[in-house]
Design a protein. Structure first.
Length: 379
């Protein structure tokens, strides 16, 4: 600014009345140099003002006190709005960590969502794990040829007519039913959790579909658009266990029933409380050794989940009074479509939400119903 004032004073001295005298060549050169000096001084002042304004904007963006009137407000309102509110809040919260008082406690301490989720519901499909056959189809209906009776054979003489007849077969048609689960999640939840959040959501939805199939496959009645499960399939064998399980005789009898029809027990399914009651059985009266223990000595040895060598599967869907024993190779799980997870922001657009869903189509089929025995506990 000082230089500019000097140049201006010198220029005034040269500002003579052109009516009395014109400027000489030397004076014109001096005038031109003074005007250039004034222009340079004006440019320097302008750059200084711009730098000062930028510095103050930066201070305002990093200070949580800018809304309290501690800074000058000579700049236009539009420039102030260039500061991102979310960034300002984040910086303010960061600074407030150092000034937290007993009165504010942890009110300004931000939280970070964990990227790992604790899964409290992780059972798998008992029916599929027990070894049943899996059949995949793209058709609406799947048909099993079931042999109901065999050929009749006999001894014949030479050139006599050969015995015929006896053979009977019919198709067993199975229609996979739709099993689905869906919900709408708040977009804030989805965005805050990031991509890692959708993984446990997908697992939870598909698990619910899998367990829905499991429940129907074991005890389904065909109601509510479902299908008939193993326990309610017409033609399966039944057995009574009067007074509950006091020993393993009921299982011996059930396995014998399967052997009588050229089948064998490869899986047993029961409720958790039923299995707990079996583990509480003792080898002899007054003994501490569990009846199901393989150890010949200490009762503290682990108990394998098996009865007479047949694996036992636990399902909370089974009634506490029923137990299924079957040959898994004679049961078929027909899947038309595996469980698939999908998301969409269209359905929840007006709610600012994201729709999620999992859908599968499946059913259970027992072509050889006699390969299943249902043990029912009675009083």
């Amino acid at each position: 600014m000082v230089k500019r004032d000097e140049y201006t004073d010198l220029l005034k001295k040269l500002d003579l009345d052109p009516a009395t005298r014109s400027l000489s060549a030397a004076e014109r050169r001096t005038e031109s140099e003074l005007l250039d000096g004034i222009a340079k001084a004006d440019g320097a002042v302008k750059r200084h003002l711009e730098a000062a304004a930028a510095e103050e904007n930066a201070m305002r963006a990093t200070s949580p006190l800018q809304l309290m009137g501690t800074t000058r407000k000579h700049e236009p309102k539009e420039e102030r709005m260039a500061v991102i509110p979310g960034e300002l809040l984040a910086r303010s919260v960061e600074i407030s960590r150092g000034i937290t008082t007993p009165g504010t406690s942890k009110a300004f301490s931000p939280e970070e969502a964990a990227r790992k989720f604790v899964d409290l519901l992780a059972p798998q499909s008992v029916v599929m794990a027990s070894g049943v056959n899996r059949v995949t189809t793209n058709a609406e209906t799947y048909s099993f040829p079931v042999i109901r009776s065999d050929f009749t054979a006999g001894f014949v003489g030479e050139l006599d007519d050969l015995p015929t007849g006896g053979f009977g077969a019919e198709p067993l048609k199975v229609t996979p039913k739709k099993i689905a689960a869906a919900d709408i999640l708040a977009n804030e939840l989805v965005e805050d959790g990031g991509s890692a959040f959708m993984d446990p959501v997908a697992k939870s939805l598909m698990r619910s579909v899998s367990l829905g199939f499991d429940r129907e496959a074991l005890i389904g009645t065909g109601a509510n658009k479902g299908f008939v499960g193993v326990a309610n399939t017409p033609g399966i064998q039944t057995l009574e266990a009067k007074g509950g399980f006091k020993d393993l005789d009921a299982f011996v009898a059930a396995f014998g029933k399967l052997e009588a029809v050229n089948s064998k027990a490869t899986a047993v399914v029961m409720h958790p409380t039923t299995w707990a009651g079996l583990m509480a059985l003792r080898e002899t009266s007054g003994s501490l050794k569990p009846l199901l223990s393989e150890s010949a000595g200490s009762p503290t040895a682990g108990i394998q989940r098996a009865i007479l060598g047949v694996p036992v599967w636990i399902s909370s869907f089974m009634p506490g009074t029923d137990v299924l024993a079957y040959e898994a190779d004679q049961i078929f799980a027909v899947w038309r479509k595996d469980a698939g997870f999908q998301i969409s922001d269209q359905f929840g657009f007006l709610k600012d939400g994201t729709a999620v869903r999992a859908i599968a189509r499946a059913a259970i089929a027992v072509p050889n119903a006699s390969a299943v025995v249902k043990i029912t506990v009675t009083a």
